[in-house]
Write a protein that binds this ligand. Structure first.
Ligand SMILES: *Cc1c(COP(=O)(O)O)cnc(C)c1O
Length: 395
């Protein structure tokens, strides 16, 4: 089938739950992907901040080949070797003592929410189950996680939502302080809001939330699904803040593109998931966890977080320079290689123009263009992406 036929067949057979760009991608290598017409694109979106090591990374591809030829799946009725090693690896490189594996970000958050409810009921009382999240957040699309997501546009048509969720403005300690009471099981926030527009809280925000949780007995859940695994210039974004959560969820970059989610917790919080209380058929299977081990150890061995910090500074400086000549850029925000430029116009047409000019970038909310390239990106790739964005903004 040629591109036109593929797009027609897509429209015939696929549910239109997302508005896809009219391009069909077939191959990727490093920072580049190619479409069905053989056109090359520079990938500055990394499949929504997923492919941290780029496309077809030799260590990841090697691990995929080996794992596929060894053992794909056995269910969680039995132990498997890579799942055990990955749990230990993640705990040894974070605050956590215990890990649970799922298949996506939303499922990792779903497990975190269930853990927080069970913990609060067992520790405190049966009517303590509320989760406080923030406006403009993004936590996933299952019923509980879409309820936690503080953006009404994701709720329309799906009501009634799940009871027991409250929302307060992000980066507003006072509002959170007012909202926390003896019904609060957990505070759930992203250390940097990604989908909501790349919003970075003040330095005292996460420490303030930690203190509120310590005083009230609520758990602090950090959604690091987008910010984790080196994206922000540290292995985990919470490391910028000097505090540690009770529960952290990770997904996007963890296996460089294979579906995986992880809920990491202190021993205290994680111990509530006793046999039979929660589970998944596919989660943590030996194939995906073997690939996650290969990805994660590559991130550690190649000091990818430091690299993200360095190149992120370069990219952000370039955007800030551009902002001085293009007043359509209202603000440039970011940490590491999670960077947003807030525009005074809609981001969608700019994203389209960049794509037509050979560079894939993302939007985040209405007016923010988001750059989240693979963390292996080089300065010269940034130069090309910046020049492309500059041309798009000039029009
Ligand atoms: C992407 C994302 C999710 C949802 O992950 P899925 O794998 O799409 O379910 C949740 N939280 C944050 C912060 C995300 O960026």
């Amino acid at each position: 089938m040629d591109t036109k036929q593929l797009l027609e067949t897509s429209a015939t057979y696929l549910m239109a739950n997302v508005s896809r760009a009219p391009l069909v991608l077939v191959r990727g290598d490093g920072m580049r992907v190619w479409d069905t017409d053989g056109r090359e694109y520079l990938d500055f979106g990394a499949g929504l901040a997923v492919t941290a090591l780029g496309h077809s990374h030799s260590r990841v591809t090697g691990a995929i080949r080996e794992a596929a030829a060894t053992l794909l799946h056995v269910s969680n009725l039995y132990h498997n070797v890579p799942q055990i090693h990955l749990a230990r690896l993640l705990c040894e490189h974070s605050f956590a003592d215990l890990a649970y594996f799922a298949n996506s970000g939303a499922e990792a958050n779903e497990a975190a929410i269930k853990m927080a409810r069970k913990y609060a009921k067992e520790r405190f009382s049966t009517d303590r189950y509320e989760i406080i999240a923030t406006h403009n957040s993004f936590h996933g699309r299952t019923m509980a996680t879409v309820t936690a997501t503080g953006q009404p546009k994701y709720h329309h048509g799906f009501e009634p939502l799940v009871p027991g969720f409250k929302h307060v403005p992000y980066n507003d300690l006072r509002a959170m302080e007012m909202a926390v009471d003896n019904r609060t099981a957990a505070i759930l926030v992203e250390p940097i809001q990604g989908e909501g527009g790349v919003h970075i809280p003040d330095d005292d925000y996460l420490p303030g939330l930690r203190k509120l949780c310590d005083e009230s007995g609520a758990l602090l859940i950090l959604d690091e699904i987008q910010t984790g695994v080196g994206r922000t210039g540290r292995l985990w974004a919470y490391e910028h803040s000097g505090i540690e959560p009770d529960i952290m969820t990770v997904a996007k970059a963890l296996a460089n593109g294979l579906p995986i989610g992880a809920t990491l917790a202190t021993r205290d919080a994680g111990s509530v998931l006793t046999p039979g209380t929660h589970g998944t058929t596919f989660g943590g299977n030996p194939f995906v966890t073997a690939v996650a081990i290969a990805s994660f150890t590559t991130v550690l061995d190649e000091k990818i977080p430091e690299r993200a910090a360095r190149i992120g500074r370069y990219l952000m400086e370039g955007l800030r320079r551009m902002a001085t000549t293009r007043p359509v850029i209202r603000a440039v925000r970011g940490r590491g290689l999670l960077i947003g430029a807030e525009l005074s116009v809609a981001a969608g047409p700019i994203v389209d123009a960049c794509r037509e000019d050979g560079v894939l970038i993302l939007s985040a909310g209405e007016k923010v263009v988001r750059m989240a390239p693979p963390l292996i990106v080089e300065e010269r790739d940034c130069d090309r992406a910046l020049a492309t964005l500059d041309r798009a903004l000039a029009q």
